[in-house]
Design a protein around this ligand. Structure first.
Ligand SMILES: NC(=O)c1ccc[n+]([C@@H]2O[C@H](COP(=O)([O-])OP(=O)(O)OC[C@H]3O[C@@H](n4cnc5c(N)ncnc54)[C@H](O)[C@@H]3O)[C@@H](O)[C@H]2O)c1
Length: 321
């Protein structure tokens, strides 16, 4: 492994998981903003996103795994800032709990410790709203009790604590972002909870009905990826450090509503079908006042606007999904 890119422009950013859905959008934005970008990803979930940018010479791509400390230390050379997105998802963590600990906790620790040892100026860590578990009240603010339900969430929460501990000890700047349900272009459709929108759109465009788990009354707070990227940029570029932020639209939409909005905008007369399945969290709606107050940001993309954009992209680029 040869690390080539040096810090230039606004600085060198390392994006872990930069071939993934959110990571890729962060990479694009960083390039537009004049940062140089290095990505580490083991391509366990997505591979096409980043390879095109690498071929065009726009990013330095390291095919590597954050579980291995020596790999992580090699990619840290000259890095100014880190967006830590690499993780395994909820469903995989339920099947392979140890992998969740290895990637989402030990891998995160490797990134944080190397950031300290290599003098990185700031770390932005992608955590998850799932650390709250089933809401005890709505909207869920950052002080809501923490009640992780799966190895994915337990490892993410532990990684949050680890980052706070290391930052206090070594005085490194960081912010933690708890994403609610992110959606948008280029999201792969292999995980029900995180990609329900794209999964439904793909099915409807193929002439198949959306399949709803349970009654469809479970809700999520859907957040367009461009809003998530904007919060990442503000979490990095502002003077604010050491904070935990909810990243969400602050609106509740049920899965049945999602299906109906998609059917309408795909001009489909199909009706959703319902199947019995365990629903982990029945409702989600974030209190977003902290990002508004401290990062001066109010999410912008309306749900309908976001859905229409994804429908258009899946029609035009079906090979990406
Ligand atoms: N998408 C959402 O709705 C959502 C919600 C809450 C939190 N998050 C968090 O945001 C981050 C980004 O999510 P996403 O939707 O883009 O996920 P994603 O699965 O699309 O991207 C994650 C990337 O990490 C890579 N990766 C996994 N294990 C790795 C390892 N051991 N070493 C190196 N790379 C590895 C994968 O190949 C993938 O490209 C994740 O940390 C996720 O937990 C996402």
């Amino acid at each position: 492994m040869v690390v080539k890119i040096k810090s230039k422009g606004k600085g060198l950013c390392l994006v872990t998981g930069g071939s993934g859905f959110v990571g890729y959008h962060i990479v694009r934005r960083l390039l537009d903003e004049g940062y140089s970008v290095r990505v580490i990803d083991n391509l366990s979930r997505n591979c096409n996103n980043i390879l095109d940018l690498e071929k065009e010479g726009k990013v330095e791509f390291i095919h590597g795994d954050i579980r291995y400390d020596d790999t992580v230390r090699k990619v840290m050379k000259d890095v100014d800032y880190i967006f830590h997105e690499a993780a395994i998802c909820i469903n995989r963590s339920k099947e392979f709990p140890k992998e969740a600990i290895d990637v989402n906790l030990v891998g995160s620790f490797n990134i944080f410790q190397a950031a300290i040892d290599f003098g990185v100026k700031k770390v932005v860590f992608a955590s998850t709203s799932s650390v709250y578990g089933q809401p005890e009240y709505l909207p869920v603010d950052e002080k809501h009790p923490l009640n992780p339900q799966t190895p994915y969430e337990s490892a993410k929460l532990c990684a949050e604590h680890m980052l706070k501990f290391l930052a206090k000890k070594h005085n490194i700047k960081y912010n933690i972002l708890r994403y609610f349900n992110v959606y948008g272009k280029k999201q792969s459709t292999d995980a029900y909870y995180t990609s329900v929108i794209n999964t439904f759109i793909k099915r409807v465009l193929a002439g198949e009905p959306p399949v709803i788990n349970g009654k469809g009354d479970q809700s999520m707070d859907f957040t367009h990826v461009s809003d998530v990227v904007e919060v990442n940029m503000r979490a990095l570029e502002s003077d604010i450090s050491g904070e935990v932020f909810n990243v969400a639209k602050g609106e509740e939409t049920t899965i049945a509503e999602v299906a109906n909005i998609i059917l309408k905008h795909c001009n489909s007369k199909l009706k959703p079908t319902f199947i019995e399945r365990e629903v982990l969290v029945t409702r989600r709606r974030a209190d977003t006042s902290k990002i508004k107050k401290m990062l001066n940001y109010e999410p912008k993309v309306s749900f309908t606007e976001g859905i229409k954009e994804v429908i258009k992209d899946i029609k035009e680029n079906p090979q990406d999904y």
